[in-house]
Design a protein around this ligand. Structure first.
Ligand code: NIG
Length: 392
């Protein structure tokens, strides 16, 4: 059974061979799909078994959210409220969520993850990375890794999120646990390993040890870097060949030079800077220097409790010096590149039928109408969403 999505005012393919400019924009377009594969892209009026007339709406590739912490229990609304009253963010609240997560039980964690994935789908996201990192014990990290991996092929081990309370003052011992028994317990379930390289979390040597252990275990490398201040994270990430260094709120000239000369993607997380009252990163400077960039939500209960990449696009355009087209690319093909994926983040024949349909005629509305629920339909996803929960 084939379906034509017809009467599209503006189709963003991210394939310059299919349409205009780097976004490969086709106006007055149609897309023909079968169950989960794109068969054809062309002008309006293509014929198929069934027809969905989108009445002049804009269609984009499903968003690719390459940085989330979706498996956790509890929330930290009170911490957020204190922060808005002036208390600084230092990451220490990770331990509050760790206590709640350790005590929640697998069924409750699975249920809340499922609810968040419904929200992710409603937000237009069709590929999502999910990190562990609120267990911080072998048993709990293994549980979170299995939940993340059941939901998404893009599961990441973040045992090195923060040393838990019982290891305070013994960070090197905790790093040994992460690189040994904890990694052994999760390595068959996850695709990636990540570390929070920041003052108060893990220093450059500890972060390097974790990344090296992950690489030896066959995992791809990612890094939280330069979130709360300048530091060694970005350059360590480049040196280690990380697919992505994430946050990059503070970038020195040397950081930008190293990124520009590498294949490592700088993933910006502007909802975090919003929620923690950090400055926004200067994406313009990075892009002009030739750095590959992505934007992700960083959905987590502490520093960024949103799944909305539309909101992130609006901030990137308003406050990070990005054009709307750059921001749209950053949440689609940029996120895909940060995950080492060439199949998602595009709409092209042979690729997956993952699409976001806006209740608006053009991509510009994503920044022009901030806070408005513009996602009309989300088609497809490569994470597990129970049919009963699928809002489409
Ligand atoms: O990416 N920085 C480290 N991890 C998360 C924050 C987690 C939290 O505060 O619970 C982040 O912002």
């Amino acid at each position: 059974m084939t379906l034509v999505i017809d009467n599209i005012s503006e189709l963003i393919t991210n394939d310059p061979e299919l349409g205009d400019g780097p976004l490969g924009v086709v106006t007055d377009a149609s897309v023909v799909i079968d169950d989960d594969t794109v068969l054809a892209v062309g002008p309006s009026g293509a014929v198929a078994d069934e027809r969905l007339d989108v009445s002049g709406r804009c269609v984009l590739p499903g968003f690719v959210d390459s940085h989330t912490h979706l498996v956790f229990a509890g929330d930290r609304a009170e911490e957020f409220t204190r922060r808005m009253a002036g208390e600084p963010y230092d990451g220490g609240g990770i331990r509050v969520t760790t206590d709640a997560t350790r005590n929640a039980g697998r069924d409750a964690l699975a249920a809340s993850l499922g609810q968040r994935l419904v929200e992710v789908h409603r937000a237009g996201t069709t590929t999502v990375e999910i990190k562990t990192g609120y267990g911080l014990s072998v048993r709990s990290e293994a549980e979170l890794a299995s939940l993340a991996a059941e939901a998404s092929a893009e599961a990441t081990f973040l045992g090195a999120h923060l040393p838990p309370s019982e290891y305070q003052g013994r960070v090197d011992s905790y790093v040994e646990l992460v690189c040994g028994p904890m990694l052994d317990a999760v390595r068959d379930r996850v695709r990636w390993i990540d570390v929070f390289c920041e003052t108060g979390a893990f220093d450059a040597d500890q972060s390097r040890a974790v990344l090296e252990a992950g690489r030896t275990a066959g995992l791809g490398l990612r890094l939280h870097a330069n979130q709360l201040g300048h530091g060694p994270g970005v350059q360590l990430g480049v040196e280690m060949g990380c697919s992505s260094v994430d946050h990059c709120t503070y970038l020195s000239d040397d950081d930008i030079e190293a990124l520009a000369a590498s294949d490592t993607v700088a993933t910006f997380l502007p909802a975090t800077d919003f929620s923690t009252r950090q400055p926004y990163p200067d994406a313009r400077r990075a892009i002009d220097a030739g750095v590959k960039v992505a934007i992700a939500s960083n959905c987590n209960p502490g520093s960024s409790y949103t799944t909305s990449l539309s909101f992130c696009i609006a901030m990137a355009v308003r406050d990070m010096g990005m054009t709307i087209d750059e921001a749209v690319a950053a949440v689609t093909v940029g996120g895909a590149t940060a995950l080492g994926r060439t199949d998602v983040g595009r709409i092209a024949p042979g690729g997956p039928a993952h699409m976001t349909i806006l209740d608006a005629p053009s991509r510009h509305h994503l920044a022009y109408r901030p806070g408005v629920p513009l996602i009309w339909r989300t088609l497809g996803a490569d994470y597990r969403l129970s049919p009963a929960a699928d809002p489409t």
